[in-house]
Design a protein around this ligand. Sequence first.
Ligand SMILES: NC(=O)c1ccc[n+]([C@@H]2O[C@H](COP(=O)([O-])OP(=O)(O)OC[C@H]3O[C@@H](n4cnc5c(N)ncnc54)[C@H](O)[C@@H]3O)[C@@H](O)[C@H]2O)c1
Length: 375
Amino acid sequence: MSAPIGFAVVGCGVIGRVHAEVLAALPDTAVAVLVDTDLAAAEKLAAHLGSAGFPVPPVTASLAAALARGDVDAAAVCVPSGLHADVSVAVLESGRHLVVEKPIDVSLAAAARIARAAEEAGTVASVISQHRFDPASVAVHEAVTAGRLGRVTSGVATVPWWRSQEYYDSGAWRGTWELDGGGAVMNQGVHTVDLLLWFLGRPVDVTAHTALLAHERIEVEDTVAAVVRFESGALATLHATTAAYPGLTVRIQVMGDRGSAVIDDDELVWFHSRELARSVAAGDAGAGAVPDEPEDQSAAVLRPDEEPTGGPGTSGMFAGHRRQYEDVVAAIRTGAAPGVTVADATLALATVHAVYASARTGATVTVADLLDEHP
Ligand SMILES: NC(=O)c1ccc[n+]([C@@H]2O[C@H](COP(=O)([O-])OP(=O)(O)OC[C@H]3O[C@@H](n4cnc5c(N)ncnc54)[C@H](O)[C@@H]3O)[C@@H](O)[C@H]2O)c1
């Protein structure tokens, strides 16, 4: 059994705390040091870990001091989005593994800097997209890949959340182009954009409108409606808002000519596959023909395994991060590619940028053109 992988957690705010708790709780990782330019935030998180029964890590306001430590093998970058590349490149140039929060950064130029540094470092670099590791997402991805939905024809993705004015006022960086990089689709919606691409493949172009309707003192949109066209020919609608009081569930529908699936707030609430219906019918009553028109749709409803409950890292936000860290640890230990790569996150970011470019110009925007600007 090798020693746990030591992580520097850089940025000790809302999500830094989730990373620190998951890293402290997992058997194969440890929090080596907490870093925050606001030293009080790092000290508060260190005390929190101590009160939860974990070892109290040292704290520093200096990234360089953290990266000079011998017990730091990797870093979790949890600073405001527009600072991700600056911190991530320093981490990679020091030869460490990298886990960086979503979005990869706010600009494609910054994402390209991370990609270049990761290639030179040759270490593991992964970007948080924790919902890829939800059992429901894994089940739908496997079904699509195995062809169980037939030809995927369309998708519907909606993130109808509510964020109060106090949320935007709670940090000077929130709702700014420079550090948040955008609003409802960049900050809150990028998870769902990533899932949509994971299920439907490479996006070709985007046509979109954005609006700021229910908040003040922010530069970015709180409402987005977009249409995405995919290389396969599939079409999808993408809706994201932080202006839907009191906040509804995130829903992704994937539809094909042989089946369809619906994920609602991370749960697989609907799954029908004609192929699966055939095997159910064959098991029940011998090899029966399956009609082209579905009849009893409940026959082929699939539910993911029951989730374990209780204990650190087994619920909500923590569960997704825990699963993604298990994937990152496996990548570090085995040399396999992580489940979410820098290229995956860059494609999601380019899709978000295509939304903004289309909303700005009124034209349909080709995603590859944006990527070509920052090879
Ligand atoms: N995956 C998710 O579900 C999820 C959820 C929330 C936030 N996030 C992402 O996490 C990031 C942080 O968001 P947050 O809500 O935790 O923000 P936050 O404002 O609560 O925390 C950010 C922390 O970073 C510190 N910081 C700023 N610049 C720094 C630097 N150069 N070096 C070290 N520390 C620095 C700040 O002092 C602050 O404590 C954002 O990119 C956000 O998009 C992801």
